[in-house]
Design a protein around this ligand. Structure first.
Ligand code: ZN
Length: 471
């Protein structure tokens, strides 16, 4: 099957230019002006006049079917990947979880089984390490070699995911040897629990207090701590879902002193704030961790993206129904399942706030939502590029279409969207994964099982010594 996409503007992290793209099978075969006039033939020709042709979005932080707080994240790999496809995203990297007392392998096998045959777009896995011990450290080496080269640890969620400083440091030392990358959820969970319990005992149980008790300084402290541990181990570190000015200042200071500290932020921290968590139990719709911050943090995060102190935006997509799941925390904010949907809106929100909002160029937008994630997580230039030989993972984008986000437009599993009523300019038209449309003119054409597992290379940034790919 050969598809010719004509008359569009190719937008990549490196530049924009008018050109046609020939897709042959699963990859991009040719890029050039007026390809049909020069004798190129195709089974189908798509007119992309007025549209961008860009590499499909890559969301490196999702939690499909994650067990959490006595329930499960509402999206399956099928529904969540379908929603992603409607949002111009062609690859997700989800988190497999090592069961407490079990092996990394058993956790990975469980998540592979959830995804296989069900996923509409391509997918890979990071590994959440729940127990750092001799056996799991040895397993890390094997996983790096077979395409799961990054490992997430937590300074939050005592008794569930929390690793102490010694465990974190041991895992970092292991990546110094095996070339893996440590990803950190950096909030001081022990201190947070002290404050959370004090609020609950004082009768302050509304969802709003979830946002209050997880102080920004608890994120700043943990961010600095894990970066310093990584410096001691001689490895880079990647901070997930950075939400606050306090944490950003630590990443920026680390980078200014030459440290290999990297971080993502998420749409919820750029577009939503602590103000959204008021209004009684309605605020449960906005409970995630780290929590939404006072609105004056938002512009600092945007500046972080402009200056590359934040390298990319992922979602931490982890939706729960308001009715039947978030409800578990009625009368006690500590029991509200943590998480929001965003996989469908990441690319459009960043286009609107970044490009239309005048904060950065369309090329930087593509870098933030596609190319930087591909590079950071060992998929570039197979993914994240419009280039000859790259996978034909392509979003056709209408930069002018104006849409008001609403639950009625969404394809995710949860019964609400936290972005209800937000107006955006720029919307995906069609999404292609390895040469086949999965969404075409707003209609689903992809099938469960059409997505392929993507084993990944080591992050070029995770090399413990030498020049990084970013310099
Ligand atoms: Zn997460």
């Amino acid at each position: 099957m050969r598809t010719l996409i004509t008359n569009g503007t190719i937008v990549t992290a490196d530049g924009s230019y008018p050109a046609d793209v020939l897709v042959d099978g699963e990859t991009i075969a040719l890029i050039g002006r007026d390809l049909a006039a020069s004798g190129v033939t195709a089974d189908e020709t798509i007119d992309a006049t007025g549209r961008y042709i860009m590499p499909g979005g890559i969301d490196v932080h999702t939690h499909m079917e994650l067990p959490f707080g006595g329930t499960y994240a509402k999206d399956t790999f099928e529904s969540g990947s379908r929603a992603a496809a409607f949002g111009a995203t062609t690859t997700i990297v989800d988190f497999a979880v090592q069961p407490k007392g079990g092996t990394l392998r058993s956790g990975l096998d469980t998540w592979m089984a959830k995804a296989e045959g069900n996923t509409v777009i391509d997918y890979g896995f990071h590994m959440i390490v729940s127990d750092v011990n001799d056996a799991s450290l040895a397993e890390m080496d094997r996983l790096v070699a077979e395409g799961v080269p990054d490992f997430k640890l937590f300074t939050a969620y005592p008794g569930v995911f929390l690793s102490d400083d010694g465990a974190i440091f041991r895992a970092m030392q292991q990546t110094e040897k095996n070339g893996g990358l440590i990803m950190m959820h950096a909030e001081n969970g022990l201190a947070i629990d002290i404050v959370a319990n004090q609020y609950a005992e004082a009768g302050k149980t509304d969802p709003y207090y979830h946002g209050v008790v997880r102080y920004p300084v608890f994120e700043g402290e943990a961010t600095n701590r894990v970066i310093r541990l990584a410096e001691a181990a001689g490895v880079p570190v990647y901070i997930v879902h950075l939400s606050s000015r306090d944490a950003l200042e630590q990443v920026k200071a680390a980078r200014d002193r030459g440290s290999k500290a990297f971080a993502e932020t998420c749409p919820q921290y750029l577009f939503l704030s602590l103000d959204d968590m008021g209004n009684g139990f309605e605020g449960a719709k906005f409970v995630c961790s780290p929590p939404l911050r006072p609105a004056d943090h938002q512009e600092d995060l945007w500046t972080g993206l402009v200056k590359d102190d934040l390298q990319l935006v992922a979602t931490d997509h982890c939706p729960f129904d308001f009715h039947g799941q978030k409800d578990l925390g009625r009368g006690d904010f500590r029991k509200i399942p943590n998480g929001l949907p965003a996989v469908e809106d990441r690319v459009n929100l960043l286009h609107d706030g970044g490009v239309v909002g005048g904060r950065f160029s369309r090329e930087r937008w593509v870098e933030i939502v596609s190319t930087a994630p591909a590079k950071m997580f060992g998929m570039y230039p197979k993914k994240g590029a419009i280039a000859v030989g790259s996978d034909a993972d392509i979003a056709i984008w209408d930069p002018d279409r104006e849409v008001t986000i609403s639950q009625s437009l969404m394809h995710h599993g949860s019964d609400y969207t936290p972005y209800e009523g937000i107006k955006v300019k720029g919307w995906p038209v069609s999404t292609m994964v390895r040469g086949a449309f999965v969404v075409r003119d707003g209609q689903l054409t992809g099938k469960p099982g059409g997505g392929a597992y993507v084993p990944r290379e080591k992050s070029p940034l995770a090399k413990p010594a030498g020049k990084s790919a970013w310099e």
